[in-house]
Each structure stands twice: as structure tokens, then as C-alpha cells.
Write a protein that binds this ligand. Structure first.
Ligand code: SF4
Ligand code: SF4
Length: 255
């Protein structure tokens, strides 16, 4: 049960139309190579600390940063994402990765899941059926491939350790809008030079974060906004089209 074998066929299907979550060091290299990055922001209302033993809440807490929206305590989750539509800029005509030895951690881990609360489902992955035949990847629902286990651990540690740095990057760039978690994302495409400068700065000189930094909710649903405002948060309706370098991606139809 839940036994999964996997061996990459190097078909290159997974290297298209992606938002690849990168570490700070990987993001610096991605931009230095001329790649494009986005910051993907969501806010979780966090009026009180959850009871100990709530593993999902602890996981979210460890990967987010404290802030305020009006008088409502929130936690801000920020993903530094390499963004491309169509083929990855590093994908060659032969479907081989042109930076294979230096490819991001997340590319090494695929198709395994980094989030421990997401079940690996081969049907949801881009890999062809002949990729799921040979080397053991998972047994009884547990990852068993040693390299993948190590890389997943590395990715989780970096995501946690760098949460305050991602917040610092946003604040240095004056970014403070986020979607309500599980309802959508605010996706920001900052100027690449400005982002690179901010990333290099936080990488070299991390600062302690301001837990009172003000963030504003964005939603495409009037009811959500009304509820958030009623509990002291600040927010506004999403623009129907992208505004400046920011756009709202909602999971639900506007209402
Ligand atoms: S960096 Fe390489 S492995 Fe990662 S998406 Fe691009 S081509 Fe694929
Ligand atoms: S889609 Fe799967 S099999 Fe194809 S290159 Fe990506 S990881 Fe390998």
C-alpha cells in the first residue's frame, strides 16, 4: 500500500509553466542568470497561538512570519518563486536541464512532496507511466530513497530558517499585500535588479524582523473582505486586472 517506485526518464515534461520555490541563495543565482522571479504572498489570520500538538499549524507557523493587519495579528507566508510560462529557460532542445549539476533543490526533489501533509499521487504528476516502475521511492507511504529524504529535509529546513529573510526582502521592497490563505495568492513581479539587491542584502546582513509590520489583505470576494474588516484587519478588493507589478490569483470566482 502506498508503495511507489520512481526513476526519472528525463522527458522534461515537468520543466514547463512553473513557479519553482527557491531558497535565497538559489534565487540570487537564478536572477544572476537572467531568470525572472515572483514573490507569492498569503496571510493567515493568527489571533491566538494554536494549542500545542497541532502539527499543521506548527508547520505553517515555522514557515511564516508574524505581522499585523490593522489590529489583527497575522502570519505572512512568502514564496520566492522562479517563474516561467512555457519551457524553463534552462531546458535544452534535447529536453535536458542545462544547469543539471546546479539545478534548484525543488527540481531534485520532484516528483516527491516537500509538504508532509500532501500525499504523493503519481496521477497528479507530469511524469510518464514508465517513470514509476523501478527504484523504490516510497514504501508504506514513507519516503525511502535516501537522496530524496535528505533533499526534502534540506528544503524544509531552508524554508523555515529563511522565513524571516523573505519577510525582510518584502519589507525592503515595500511589498505588504497578501491574499487570505486558502483563498488565493498575491503574486508580485518586482524589478529584477531591485529584488537581486534586496536578496543579496538580506543574505549578507539578516536583520531581526518587525512583528508589527502592517500588511493589507486583498480578496476578490466582498464577503471575505467584510469579515476581515469586522475583526480589525485592513484590506481591499482585488483589481479585476493586474495592477502595476502585482496581480491577484483567486481560487474562487469573484463575488
Ligand atoms: S532548472 Fe532544470 S530541472 Fe529545474 S525546471 Fe529548469 S530545466 Fe527543469
Ligand atoms: S516529468 Fe518526471 S520523468 Fe519527466 S523529467 Fe520530470 S521528473 Fe523526470
Amino acid at each position: 500500500m502506498n508503495d511507489i517506485n520512481f526513476e526519472c526518464t528525463t522527458c522534461g515534461k515537468c520543466c514547463h509553466d512553473l513557479r519553482l520555490a527557491l531558497t535565497i541563495a538559489e534565487a540570487i543565482v537564478w536572477l544572476e542568470r537572467g531568470g525572472h522571479m515572483e514573490l507569492i504572498c498569503e496571510a493567515i489570520p493568527w489571533p491566538v497561538e494554536p494549542e500545542p500538538g497541532n502539527a499543521q499549524a506548527e508547520y505553517k507557523r515555522a514557515r511564516s512570519s508574524p505581522a499585523m493587519s490593522g489590529s489583527l495579528p497575522v502570519r505572512i507566508s512568502i514564496v520566492l518563486a522562479a517563474a516561467f510560462n512555457g519551457a524553463c529557460p534552462n531546458l535544452g532542445a534535447d529536453m535536458r536541464c542545462g544547469i543539471y549539476e546546479e539545478r534548484p533543490l525543488v527540481c531534485r526533489i520532484y516528483p516527491a512532496e516537500i509538504n508532509p501533509f500532501v500525499v504523493l499521487t503519481p496521477e497528479n504528476k507530469a511524469c510518464p507511466s514508465d517513470a514509476w516502475q523501478k527504484t523504490p521511492l516510497q514504501r508504506h507511504g514513507i519516503l525511502v530513497d535516501a537522496a530524496t529524504v535528505e533533499q526534502v529535509g534540506q528544503s524544509r529546513r531552508a524554508n523555515q530558517l529563511e522565513a524571516p529573510l523573505r519577510m525582510q526582502v518584502c519589507l525592503e521592497l515595500g511589498l505588504n499585500h497578501a491574499a487570505l490563505a486558502n483563498e488565493g495568492f498575491v503574486m508580485i513581479s518586482p524589478d529584477s535588479d531591485a529584488l537581486l539587491t534586496a536578496l543579496r542584502h538580506v543574505h549578507a546582513a539578516p536583520e531581526s524582523q518587525d512583528a508589527n509590520a502592517q500588511w493589507t489583505f486583498v480578496s476578490n470576494r466582498a464577503g471575505t473582505l467584510e469579515t476581515l474588516l469586522s475583526v480589525g484587519a485592513t484590506g481591499h478588493l482585488a483589481e479585476p486586472t493586474a495592477a502595476g507589478n502585482s496581480r491577484y490569483h483567486g481560487f474562487f470566482l469573484p463575488s
